[in-house]
Each structure stands twice: as C-alpha cells, then as structure tokens.
Design a protein around this ligand. Structure first.
Ligand code: AMP
Length: 447
C-alpha cells in the first residue's frame, strides 16, 4: 500500500516498492472506510508505505507501516541487493468502478509498464532534456507515465503538490517556473487551465488523455502549446493503447493508432472484424494487457477473452465504440455501456445504484450523468421510494448513505424521488419522461 503526500517521497516510495519486487496499491485517505477496507483485505496488503498522519483514519488492518521519510539510501552503493523482477510479476493494482456494485482491482505486470514507457519514449518522444510536471493522483494510471517515463530517459519530474493541481494560476506559474516541456492532463484539467486565463507555453508539448478530446479544446490547446497528442486507453491495458498527434484544426479528432506491441481489433458481436467505416467495439491485445482483476477470475474471464487472431493470446473487451478511417486511424465514438467519465473519473452508474438500493427506503434507482456543459456534468439519481416519503429528510440521508460506500466524486449532485419509474409502451424506463419529471409531478402522475 502507498499513502504519501505529493512530494519527493512519492516517486521514492513507488520506486522503492518496485525495487523490492513488490506491487503498489495506491490508497487515498479520502476514500470511504469500507472501500479502503475492501481494497486492503482483497489484495492482502502486507505493508503500507505511509506518512503516518494520512493513515490515522484508516480502518483496522494488519499491515505494517513503513515511513518513506529518510528510508532512501544516501549512496547508490548502499542500495540493498534485491532479486531482479520478472516481467510477469505485478507492478501495481489500481481499483476502478465496478458496474455490479463492487470496485475491482486491475493487476498490471512489469512487462506492460515497461512496454508503455518504452513506447512513449519513442512517441510522443522523451529526452533527457524534458521536464514533466506530474499532476495526476496515483490512484489513476496515467500517473504512471508522468512519474516514471521521464526518469527512464534521464529527464526530470516535478511533482506538483495536491493543491496546485486544481489551482489554474498556480499551475500556469509552475509551468513557467520549472520550464516544463511536457504536461499530461485530462480534458477537464486543460479546460481548467484555459478558463483560468492560461495563455499557453510555446516550449511545451500537451498530452491529453483519459477522456474524449473535443475539437474545440484541441484547437485551443494547439494554439497554446508546441504540439498536442490525444492518448487513449483503459486501465486494463496499461495507461494508453493508442495515440495520435493532432496536426490540424479541422478534425476529425482521432485516437490514432496502436502503441508498440499493441493490437486493436474492431469486432462485431460475433467477434468478426468489421469493414473500414463501420462502428464496432474496440478489443485490445498485446503486451499492455493487465493480468486481470485481482482475485476475480469470473470478471476477468468476462472481459479478457482468448484472442482469435493470435494463438495463445488474450484480448480485452473495452466497451468502447469506434470506427476505422480509410487511413487506418481510429475514431472513438462513445461507450456501448453506461460507463461515464466526469472530470476524468471513471464511473459505473451501476455501482452507485447498488449503493442506493442497499438503503431500506429505496425500492429502485437509476443514476445517469447529465451534461449541462463539458465542464458541468452532474450525476443525477432517480430514486423510487414510498410516495409519502419526507424528501427533506430522505435526501440528506441518502447522500450520507452513498458517501459511506463510494468515493466522493461518485456521490450524485442531485436526487430526484419518485413513486415509480415512468415506463415506455414496451415496458422500459422512459428516460425522456424521467428527466423532465420532478418529484411532485412524478408522484402525482403515478397515483
Ligand atoms: P480509465 O480506465 O479510467 O483510463 O478509463 C478508460 C476509458 O476512458 C476508455 O475505455 C474510454 O471510454 C475513455 N477514454 C480514455 N481516453 C480516451 C480518449 N482519448 N478519447 C476518448 N475516450 C477516452
């Protein structure tokens, strides 16, 4: 386990864990106790490298705490001799939202991390002169690129303190102060910077990943940076699987082509390749594939399938919809399931519904993300409960109930109570009616 402040101790802790032949499990003290308990228990964490003040509120656990402070060897000669790591040894476990109510730990091995870092060194390309500002919390896998890729070429990593990562003027100032040459961020963070008045930095390349890059944002970034890259990939295939340098203001924005040792298949329901231009699901194969979901062979078998094109290989079923352009680039078209991204956070509404349904006053629920503007996407929970329910009492109670079970970014901004779901003629939930109906209207029509 790792639970340290964003400081020099962070890369030191992560590198120390890897060097000892262990895998890291990032633990965020702001997570609900029961989630932390699930993660620590499921992965059988033996040690937690932690700043002690951060783990005071942790649920009871049997792990030993190791302080990162002063534990580094002063002289490279002091470094203990440790057994070399194997490529199939786990490097980290990262938890992502789970549609059936329980988050799942993605187990990624050294081979996949080495493949990503080696590939990124060539494209977009990193050199010893590069200085990268690392802003991503380590519970997200794109932090792996930030913290490790520059170090592998002798470049420099500047670790941004947590407060800076949400403060546009401070971030803009840090880009100048540290002569940053590469910044990786999600579209939400890029928009935050631009909304804060950032005029750009001509000596810096902009890497955008984790979520769809809109043409509008791409244009703004191209006029402010030395170059712009769109990077795509799920946690399950190790940070990024495809990338594209955005060279024009005209679009379409694509996710480009696969990185090294990576295969992208666009397959129909029978797992047959589709022609160019036909939308189909993205399957990913190659060295980036995670070992699977930690301790969840059922779920692993569901998403990691035998690769029909490479004997003995596996492929990951992403749930992303895309099509090939005639030149071989891939255009991402959205999701085939309910998964959403809000400010870069990957969210399965099913996990929130599961938490809501565990409350005794709830008879059913549906959660969706409503986009008011790209910067204002809110989770709305429609909750079916007894018609005479006291809304002023139940809504705060539901909010607390959900906050105890899911991370803060998954707690719905809005709760709309209903006596029953409005249905279409064929018996499905009528989303149009649901969205427009307020609590009183919904209860009145259903009575
Ligand atoms: P995560 O596991 O948090 O990295 O989320 C992975 C999912 O985010 C992908 O399956 C996509 O749905 C979405 N995603 C990530 N990067 C991009 C991108 N560049 N363009 C469009 N969608 C993206």
């Amino acid at each position: 386990g790792v639970c340290v402040d964003r400081s020099l101790d962070l890369p030191v802790s992560l590198l120390g864990i890897l060097k000892a032949g262990c895998a890291s499990l990032p633990l965020d003290p702001r997570m609900p106790q029961r989630l932390l308990a699930q993660m620590i228990e499921e992965t059988r964490v033996g040690f937690i490298v932690a700043h002690p003040e951060l783990v005071q509120q942790f649920p009871a656990h049997g792990a030993r705490l190791i302080s990162p402070v002063g534990s580094g060897a002063e002289d490279p000669g002091d470094a203990p001799r440790l057994p070399a790591c194997r490529a199939d040894q786990p490097a980290y476990v990262l938890y992502t939202s789970g549609s059936t109510g329980k988050p799942k730990g993605v187990e990624v091995c050294h081979r996949s991390v080495v493949n990503l870092l080696t590939s990124v060194r060539r494209r977009p390309g990193l050199s010893p002169d590069d200085v990268l500002l690392a802003i991503t919390p380590i519970v997200f896998d794109i932090s792996v690129l930030e913290l490790f890729a520059p170090l592998t070429v002798g470049g420099c990593v500047v670790v941004a303190p947590a407060a800076m990562t949400v403060d546009a003027p401070a971030l803009a100032k840090a880009l100048e102060d540290h002569r940053i040459s590469v910044l990786q961020a999600t579209p939400a963070t890029w928009r935050l910077l631009i909304a804060g008045g950032w005029q750009g930095r001509r000596e810096m390349r902009a890497l955008c990943g984790g979520e769809r890059l809109s043409l509008d944002l791409a244009r703004k970034l191209r006029s402010r940076a030395a170059g712009l890259w769109n990077l795509y990939g799920p946690t399950e295939t190790t940070v990024y699987s495809t990338m594209e340098e955005i060279l024009s203001d005209e679009g379409p924005i694509t996710i480009g082509r696969p990185i090294a040792n990576t295969y992208i298949y666009l397959l129909d329901e029978a797992l047959a390749p589709v022609p160019v231009g036909t939308p189909a699901e993205i399957y990913i194969a190659g060295d980036g594939l995670a070992a699977g979901y930690f301790g969840r062979p059922d779920l692993t078998a569901e998403r990691f399938l035998p690769d029909p094109f490479r004997s003995g290989g596996r492929m990951y079923r992403t749930g992303d919809l895309a099509r090939y352009l005639p030149d071989g680039r891939i255009e991402h078209l959205g999701r085939l399931d309910q998964q959403v991204k809000i400010r870069g956070f990957r969210i399965e509404p099913g996990e929130i519904e599961f938490a809501l349904n565990a409350h005794s006053a709830v008879r059913g629920s549906l959660v969706e993300a409503l986009e008011h503007t790209p910067d204002d996407v809110r989770l709305v929970a429609y909750v079916v409960c007894e018609p005479e329910t006291d809304e002023t009492r139940l809504v705060p109670e539901l909010r607390r109930h959900v906050a105890d079970r899911v991370p803060a970014y998954m707690v719905p901004a809005e709760f709309r109570l209903l006596a029953r779901f409005p249905l279409t003629l064929n018996g499905k939930i009528d989303l149009e009616v649901l969205r427009t109906s307020s609590r009183s209207a919904a209860i009145a029509t259903s009575k």
